[in-house]
Structure formats: C-alpha cells, structure tokens
Ligand binder design. Structure first.
Ligand SMILES: *[C@@H]1O[C@H](CO)[C@@H](O)[C@H](O)[C@H]1NC(C)=O
Length: 214
C-alpha cells in the first residue's frame, strides 16, 4: 500500500508535466512584448496596460510597391509590427507581385507557410532536402492555397501580365527569412569567391559579378 502510494506520488510530477501544454502562453492569456524589445527573459507588458492596439495592424489592403528589380514586395505582420503576437506562434504577410514579379527562392527557418492567392496567377514551388532535391511545383489561380513546409526553399512567380496578390499565414510570430541569393552572394562580410566558385562550379569572375550584384 505504502509502496503503491510512493510510486503514484513519484508519477505525479510526470503526469503534471504531460498535462501542462508546452507553450508558455498557457500560463497567461498573452504576453505583449514590451517596447524594450523581444529578448527572451524580458518581462511582458503589464497586462493592465495592454490595449487593443497591441493586437492590431492596419494596412494590408494597401498595395506594396513592386518597383524593384524582383517586381515583388512583402508586407509583414509579425511580432515586430504587432507586439501582442509574442509567444503565440502565428503571423501573416501580404505579398504583391508586379507583372512577372518574383518572390525569389528563400526559406523560413522557424515557420511553415500557407499561402492563398487573392488575385492573379502564381507559379509556386518548393524543393525537398538532399539527396532528392525534388521540385514540388504548381500553378495557382485566385482562391488557390498552397503550403510551403518549414525550412524548405520556396518561391512564387507571377506568370501573368497583371498584378498578383497573396496572403500567407506562418506558424511563428517571428518566422525569419533567408533569401538564398542575398545570403550567399550578398553576405556581410562576403564569402570568399574561391569558396563560391568551387561550391557553384562557376568561374571566379561570374562569382565576383554576382557578389557585386547582391
Ligand atoms: C516605389 O519604389 C520606387 C523605388 O524605390 C520609388 O522610386 C517610387 O517612388 C515608389 N513609389 C511609391 C508610390 O512609393
């Protein structure tokens, strides 16, 4: 009897642990990031001072300026814009594409993305990891939805002469972005052109030209 009790008592912390959802937000309704920043360990904004504007963003009806070499513009709505998203694991973006505009190959290190086409026609795709590196691709029309799994390189290309618009949700309040071309050819400091020439099997002049471009 005693032994059973001790055994059950021993299990209690485990049961409590399993019953406790892993997310810290279950300890409170929310943690609005305070204005000092988002470093972990910083206190949440005093709940009594939290207001509707901490959970609010206005402007996703506005067209992004696509007058740039890629012909696309991402308007993010993540924890940097909406402090009330802190620790909630969700965010979204509006993406505008001019005619033949491209959201170039990139990854989100902390989020899967689910994208909905609001206007236009997009050719989209992601590439699976090594060794297959299989391109999973589809042409999407207005109303179509596509998923880009966390970490995988993906892109969207407006395959039409008119503007296109997409809204995408991501399962992190701070998904992060690594744009392949910029990270590799535009890093600060630059990666040695010897490294890139060998990695991409390119002439060093081509590498240096790409580094100049990015
Ligand atoms: C869009 O961006 C371009 C390039 O930065 C700039 O010249 C232009 O004035 C911008 N247009 C608007 C409407 O803001």
């Amino acid at each position: 009897m005693m032994a059973t009790r001790i055994f059950l008592l021993g299990l209690l912390p485990l049961i409590c642990y399993l019953a406790l959802p892993s997310h810290a937000s279950n300890l409170q309704d929310f943690c609005v990031a305070n204005s000092q920043g988002l470093m972990s360990g910083q206190a949440c904004k005093d709940p009594k001072l939290v207001e509707a504007n901490d959970f609010f963003f206005s402007g996703l009806h506005l067209q992004g300026n696509t007058s740039n070499p890629l012909g696309s513009k991402v308007t993010p709505v993540n924890v940097a814009q909406v402090p009330g998203l802190y620790s909630l694991g969700i965010s979204n973006v509006r993406i505008d594409y001019g005619p033949w505009g491209l959201n170039p190959p990139h990854t989100h290190p902390r989020a899967t993305e689910i994208l909905t086409v609001i206007e236009g026609t997009l050719s989209v795709g992601f590439v699976t990891s090594n060794p297959e590196n299989r391109l999973v691709t589809k042409t999407l029309c207005k109303g179509d939805v596509f998923v880009f799994p966390v970490n995988l390189i993906h892109f969207q290309y407006n395959v039409g002469p008119t503007n296109a618009i997409a809204i995408a949700a991501l399962n992190s309040e701070n998904p992060g972005v690594i744009t392949m071309a910029n990270a590799i050819f535009g890093s600060n400091l630059p990666i040695s052109s010897d490294v890139l020439a060998k990695a991409f099997q390119l002439d060093k002049n081509v590498v240096e030209y790409l580094q100049y471009k990015f």
